[in-house]
Write a protein that binds this ligand. Structure first.
Ligand code: TYM
Length: 328
């Protein structure tokens, strides 16, 4: 039986944090044997907002190292850089011509990001979901594992595929978003009503995958909680709930067991213990990262091999799409 295909992507911008890890990367790693996997570092998405060219290149290599260190295994999964396969931009243009403006205008992420940037907003930022749809549809993707904030974009990709198929006949497979039951939306430590985000710069907002143990512990000790006392999984108390979810995912323990463990303890104990599970949970990743990045040519060869593996698949889809549309 052939395996179903997973496709997912991540932007090489800012610092990769435990939200990205728990909501997406760790989900990809654990499904590697069950699916046929393609993971993409989406540098073309990154340039929808201003980037320093040198920093972008460095961040792209850093993210590749982090994904490999987190357990993405090039023997079981393809890892590549989006701009290495031209078909992504090419299909995005064609999809642009079929996606109604109104669909794009409904995208909540565009509304949020454009409010922050005001008159600096690029057309690319508005059009971002078309490029994401192209990423997914090029590879006959079945399943797209993402955090909660990307669900709407994956649904747009599915709608775009459906619309194209209804005009031109069966061309694209319809992808399904898969969102983890726990950890789909890790919140900021400084403000647990806001999603933990790479673009947020407040020093106590996120735990980054490469933060040192001392930094991790200090950030957690300063995490916003509330003025209550008992330690329970209660979504109406976002600060404590967020810390407990982080503890749950890093420790692998059940909620009942966790609540019993913290019964009678205070928030200082909770923060300290969350700090320890996060430090221990990230330790192997940080060690592997150091080893892997000692030889950057090794990472570069994995990336170019990855692009070589997916390029023929993408070109096959493009040939069919062009034929359907009457291009060439
Ligand atoms: P990006 O780079 O913002 O985030 C990468 C992945 O991390 C998830 N994530 C979170 N999960 C839980 N809690 C959080 N606080 C949190 N923050 C981020 C995201 O949902 C995502 O799964 N547009 C995408 C990248 C992309 C893509 C694709 C994804 C481009 N093409 C095709 C899937 C398929 C993005 O900017 O993710």
């Amino acid at each position: 039986m052939t395996k179903q295909r997973i496709f997912s992507g991540i932007q090489p911008t800012g610092n990769i944090h435990i939200g990205n890890y728990l909501g997406a990367i760790s989900q990809w790693v654990k499904r590697q044997d069950t699916y046929d996997n393609i993971f993409c570092i989406v540098d073309l998405h990154a340039i929808t907002v201003p980037q320093d060219p040198k920093v972008l290149k460095t961040k792209t290599r850093e993210l590749s190292g982090l994904l490999l260190a987190a357990g993405i295994d090039p023997k079981r999964s393809v890892l590549f850089i989006q701009s290495h396969v031209c078909a992504h931009s090419e299909l995005a243009w064609i999809l642009n011509c079929f996606i109604p403006m109104g669909w794009m205008q409904r995208m909540t992420q565009f509304k949020e990001k454009s409010q922050k940037q005001k008159e600096q907003v690029s057309t690319g930022l508005f059009d971002y979901p078309a490029l994401m749809a192209a990423d997914i549809l090029l590879y006959n993707t079945d399943v797209v594992p993402v955090g909660d904030d990307q669900k709407q974009h994956v649904e747009l990709a599915r709608d775009a595929a459906q619309r194209f198929n209804s005009i031109y006949g069966e061309t694209f497979k319809l992808p399904e978003p898969v969102i983890p039951e726990v950890g789909a939306r890790i919140m900021g430590l400084d403000d647990p009503t806001q999603k933990m985000s790479k673009s947020e710069t407040a020093s106590n907002h996120a735990i980054n995958l490469l933060d040192s143990p001392d930094v991790i512990r200090a950030k957690l000790m300063r995490a916003t909680t509330d003025s209550l006392k008992d330690i329970r999984f209660d979504e109406n108390r976002p600060g404590v709930y967020n810390l407990l979810v982080i503890y749950e995912l890093f420790s692998g323990k059940k909620r009942k067991e966790i609540e019993a463990h913290f019964a009678g303890k205070g928030y200082a104990d909770l923060k300290k213990e969350v700090g320890e599970v996060v430090v221990e949970g990230l330790r192997p990743l940080q060690e592997r990262y150091k080893e892997l990045t000692a030889d950057p040519t090794h990472i570069d060869s994995i990336l170019s091999e990855g692009a070589n593996r997916v390029r023929p698949m993408a070109e096959k889809t493009m040939a069919l799409v062009k034929e359907r549309v009457g291009l060439g």
